[in-house]
Design a protein around this ligand. Structure first.
Ligand SMILES: NC(=O)C1=CN([C@@H]2O[C@H](COP(=O)(O)OP(=O)(O)OC[C@H]3O[C@@H](n4cnc5c(N)ncnc54)[C@H](O)[C@@H]3O)[C@@H](O)[C@H]2O)C=CC1
Ligand SMILES: O=C(O)CCC(=O)C(=O)O
Length: 549
């Protein structure tokens, strides 16, 4: 009796929490099939997604979400069988409820506020912050400055964050925010005012805090903007909170940032691509040899993610033959040095006229003959109308959502390997997690252990030397650490610990994704495999912790 009452309430609240773009069609999708199993179908409003020219961003993410859920339903049902005190019907409702919750956005705020500009005039600024799945708290995700920012974009990006954090086991829910401005239109002083006021609006609404929501850099934001956010929070709501600087990651080191966050996303793009490119069987399927040697690549977007991705790809042995930016593209068959291009960009403000390169049409460069295309700029750049012209064999998604479902379908038919955003660009949030852990622990990685570990290792060598000389008294054996061993001991630092941990995360997650691809017969569809990897983990959280209060 009591259970029935609770269940009725639960159902009501689940339905109320669902986002408007998913739920009704979605309940139809969960109808009863033969026996008590759930017969799952793609919701009607998403079925045309593989033919859509310019889909809503939330709909794109929802399409991928439902494609993965369709594969996972039997696993969900099997797992729920463990709840033996529930009836079959209750178990079914519970699985359906969790599926609705995992695909919906929990909350989204839109704020509009006035800012006084340097010339004394006033302007109105609009910003957003979306919280997607709150199965883990705090929620986490970047803040971008862009004139394209809108509620649909931040909601879709927040959903990607939920799936991304789960995919790489960063214990956060998903969030994303943005301010609808072109930062080029404002002075640094104005940008600081805008960022601080936006932070204050989030504070007023309970949308930021070290245990609530922890933003980070995204397009057009970096350590400076994060330091303004941290400072604003610490001087207002967080003034008495010892953890207040854990309210944002990607901060400068002096304000509690972690070594290695700046290049973490690009490093992760490299490590993740490496996990796939080294696989002989997989490379054979797409007509490539394994490894980086002689590989060519094109990068779109030469900002934080694009530059570091290019830096690591080139270091691994690949050749950058083209770079595409918002205003132009450049090409060089001999290869473009990412460091020199960055210097040129800092000096001139553009990649234009970089010595040794020729100008080329932006779309032409994006679609040019190469082994790897790394879109590291923005959403929906490969779509229904240009996907069949892509010549790359691997697409390394540094950006969030650079391919529409229509592009996915076309590219998959062409046997192009797509290494998906929710895995490949998760290096950023992974290292953000390390920063947050550092902040709430109030000590840097290795601070209390590095010297001790060095001494322990040296004692170990000494002990081995003594034992050998005791057993072989006439040999006078001396054991010396090799140069590499010495380097590891003496150069050990927070940076080394962060890098090693990021590498371990990217490698382990690649293994999980490949497992899911095999388990569900997904072939080279690593996007759906990565979603399966993420969603099963989120599902288990809801199954074990509950859906409602
Ligand atoms: N910064 C981070 O840690 C992470 C960023 N991402 C994603 O990576 C992408 C890039 O972010 P960031 O590198 O941080 O931003 P950024 O602002 O540092 O760099 C973006 C670059 O792309 C260029 N760009 C913008 N629109 C373009 C277009 N239509 N065509 C070609 N180039 C264009 C910009 O001029 C800029 O150089 C975004 O999708 C972001 O969400 C994903 C994970 C983490
Ligand atoms: O570092 C973070 O917390 C989030 C980075 C981000 O916005 C992303 O992965 O898209």
């Amino acid at each position: 009796m009591l259970l029935r009452g609770v269940w009725r309430g639960l159902r009501h609240r689940v339905a109320a929490a669902c986002s408007p773009c998913i739920p009704r069609a979605y309940s139809a999708a969960c109808s009863e099939g033969p026996g008590s199993a759930i017969k799952y179908e793609m919701p009607e409003h998403l079925q045309s997604m593989p033919q859509e020219r310019d889909p809503l961003f939330t709909a794109m993410v929802a399409y991928n979400y439902h494609s993965a859920v369709a594969k996972l339903v039997p696993m969900f049902e099997k797992s729920m069988k463990g709840r033996q005190r529930l009836t079959d019907g209750q178990r079914k409702h519970r699985v359906e409820g969790i599926m609705r919750i995992m695909g919906s956005c929990s909350a989204c705020v839109e704020v509009t506020f006035p800012v006084k500009l340097d010339d004394g005039s006033f302007t109105l600024i609009t910003g957003y912050r979306a919280h997607h799945s709150v199965h883990k708290i705090p929620v986490k995700g970047g803040i971008r400055f862009s004139s394209d920012v809108c509620s649909d974009e931040v909601k879709g990006l927040a959903a990607l964050m939920s799936y991304k954090t789960a995919c790489v086991n960063a214990p956060f829910g998903g969030a994303k925010g943005g301010i609808k401005i072109n930062p080029k239109d404002y002075s640094e002083n104005e940008l600081e005012k805008i960022t601080r006021r936006y932070t204050l609006e989030l504070v007023k609404r309970g949308f930021i805090g070290p245990g609530i929501d922890v933003p980070a850099p995204d397009m057009n934001t970096g350590p400076l903007e994060m330091s303004w956010i941290a400072d604003q929070y610490a001087k207002t709501l967080g003034h008495a909170d010892i953890n207040s600087y854990a309210t944002v990651t990607g901060k400068p080191i002096n304000l509690g940032g972690v070594a290695g966050r700046q290049d973490a996303t690009g490093r992760g793009v490299y490590l993740g691509t490496n996990s796939f490119i080294k696989e002989e069987a997989l490379m054979q399927q797409i007509g490539l040899t394994p490894g980086w040697k002689d590989k060519t690549y094109v990068v779109q977007g030469f900002g934080n993610v694009g530059f570091h991705t290019a830096r690591f790809f080139t270091k691994a042995g690949a050749r950058c033959i083209g770079v595409v930016e918002w205003d132009c593209a450049i090409r060089s068959c001999d290869g473009i040095n990412p460091h020199e291009l960055l210097e040129h960009m800092k000096r001139t403000g553009s990649i234009k006229d970089f010595p040794g390169t020729e100008p080329v049409d932006r779309e032409e460069m994006l679609l040019a003959e190469c082994d790897i295309l790394a879109p590291c700029a923005t959403e929906k750049v490969i779509h229904l109308d240009n996907a069949d012209k892509v010549k790359a064999k691997i697409i390394a998604e540094g950006a969030n959502g650079p391919l529409t479902p229509a592009a996915d379908k076309i590219l998959m038919e062409k046997k192009v390997l797509i290494i998906p955003d929710i895995y490949l660009n998760a290096g950023g949030v992974t290292v953000s997690y390390f920063e947050w852990v550092k902040n709430v622990n109030h000590k840097s990685f290795g601070r209390l252990s590095l010297k001790y570990e060095e001494m322990t290792q040296l004692h170990l060598l000494d002990s081995v030397q003594k034992s050998l000389n005791k057993s072989l008294p006439n040999c006078n054996i001396e054991i010396h650490p090799s140069d590499e061993f010495k380097r590891r001991l003496l150069d050990a630092s927070e940076k080394e610990i962060v890098r090693a941990s990021l590498e371990a995360t990217m490698e382990k997650t690649a293994g999980e994704i490949k497992f899911m691809a095999k388990e569900h017969n997904l072939g080279i569809n690593m996007r759906i495999a990565a979603y399966c990897n993420a969603l099963y983990k989120i599902y288990k959280c809801y199954e074990e912790a509950g859906l409602t209060l």
